[in-house]
Design a protein around this ligand. Structure first.
Ligand SMILES: Cc1ncc(COP(=O)(O)O)c(C=O)c1O
Length: 382
């Protein structure tokens, strides 16, 4: 049902995804889904507006959204946290910049697993730090972290931080407990901060499960700052609400020194929607992930049939696919060609770092019918 969409409505939906290129272009770029916002979110937000309760929210404990965060982490990931360890922010990237500026030395190196979500680069650079690339490697089983390379770059005294995208955008890699244990071990031996962006945590396909990086051990908890949100899961990025968590005795007090005025008050409706999602969203998330699972396989079949020159590994998580189009000979930026020649909007791989030349990112969180049209249009180019 979730993916049974009214495509006319989708194509005319307000917002950057469908408005930027107009309704004749099929949009599979920015990370918004085409699914409808779940009814329990709409109901909660509308009811709040209708109640007239748009005044100041709570700033003394208990803060409902922090209680909801604590309960959700416990229930979904068996992760015990305290509300006093959590700070509310407007969005994940704001949180990331704040954490980098507060906890890492100016000019230091921050390791990223590339190709990676473009704002990681811009946030690191804007904060006066530099990124150090640890390219993901392809193995028989799929994408993997290159631990040998990570060992060597982590030992550079210039490097202060390991920034994880967990699950990984755009490759869909889900790190296992063994992976996380190795990451934390490297961080411990080299005295590094671990920042884990876990915004895609709910969108993991069976048999894998999301394991919060900070949850695996005392050592991990002491080293890690987690940044996450409910906005990807419930398709409500515009409501701006995210969380920064750390139980670390070393990092927690430093983060709490932030001027609350610089962070600003947090969006009331974003909080209402987040609480509603975590209280009522379990069945919806299961249905969503089942639909995405179907779509990631459908995309595989469609590409095999119609665009066999495109290499695509099934993502283990997210609704994003990383397509290697180099065999199609469309040059460095195939996204530009797909847009101009067949009116399909994808993300250019170039934005995701040096490994992105000849690649595109395709967002498959749409109806099977739309996904089929997208691949058919793409195939008409070659
Ligand atoms: C890995 C990752 N982090 C952060 C974000 C953006 O989060 P926010 O809008 O809360 O800054 C996205 C959006 O696609 C993402 O994929």
């Amino acid at each position: 049902m979730i993916f049974d969409l009214d495509l006319e409505r989708v194509r005319n939906r307000p917002g950057i995804k469908w408005e930027r290129h107009g309704s004749d272009v099929l949009s599979a770029w920015v990370a918004d889904m085409d699914v409808e916002v779940p009814q329990f979110i709409t109901d909660a937000v509308v009811s709040r507006i209708e109640s007239g309760g748009l005044g100041y929210g709570f700033y003394d404990e208990p803060i409902p959204v922090l209680e909801a965060f604590k309960n959700r982490m416990q229930k979904a990931f068996n992760w015990e946290i305290q509300t006093s360890e959590v700070l509310r922010v407007h969005d994940v990237i704001q949180g990331l910049e704040w954490v980098i500026r507060t906890l890492t030395p100016d000019g230091s190196g921050i390791v990223v697993q590339t190709p990676v979500y473009p704002p990681f680069y811009s946030t690191i650079e804007a904060s006066g730090r530099h990124w150090v690339s640890n390219p993901l490697i392809e193995t028989e089983e799929g994408w993997a972290l290159d631990f040998d390379h990570l060992e060597s770059i982590a030992a550079d005294p210039d490097v202060s931080t390991l920034l994880l995208c967990h699950p990984h955008n755009p490759c869909g890699l889900v790190m296992t407990r063994e992976d996380l244990t190795r990451v934390v071990d490297i961080a411990e031996r080299n005295d590094l901060l671990v920042i884990s962006d876990e915004i895609h945590c709910d969108l993991v396909f069976e048999p894998l499960r999301h394991i919060p990086a900070a949850s695996i051990s005392e050592l991990a908890s002491e080293r890690t700052v987690t940044i996450t949100a409910a906005t990807k899961t419930f398709n409500m990025a515009g409501l701006r609400m995210a969380f920064v968590h750390t139980a670390s005795e070393r990092y927690g007090p430093q983060l709490k020194e932030i001027s609350t005025r610089m962070l600003g008050g947090i969006n009331g409706l974003g909080q209402i929607a987040t609480v509603a999602g975590w209280e009522h969203g379990d069945d919806w998330i299961s249905e969503l992930v089942a639909g995405l699972d179907h779509n990631r396989h459908l995309l595989f079949d469609l590409l095999a049939e119609q665009l066999p020159g495109v290499r695509y590994r099934l993502p283990q998580a997210t609704y994003l696919s990383w397509l290697d189009c180099r065999e199609l000979d469309l040059g460095e930026n195939p996204a530009e060609i797909f847009l101009s020649r067949c009116q399909v909007a994808l993300n250019s791989g170039l934005d995701f770092g040096p490994e992105g030349a000849g690649h595109v990112r395709l967002n498959f969180a749409t109806s099977p019918e739309m996904l089929t049209m997208i691949v058919e249009r793409m195939a008409s180019v070659v």
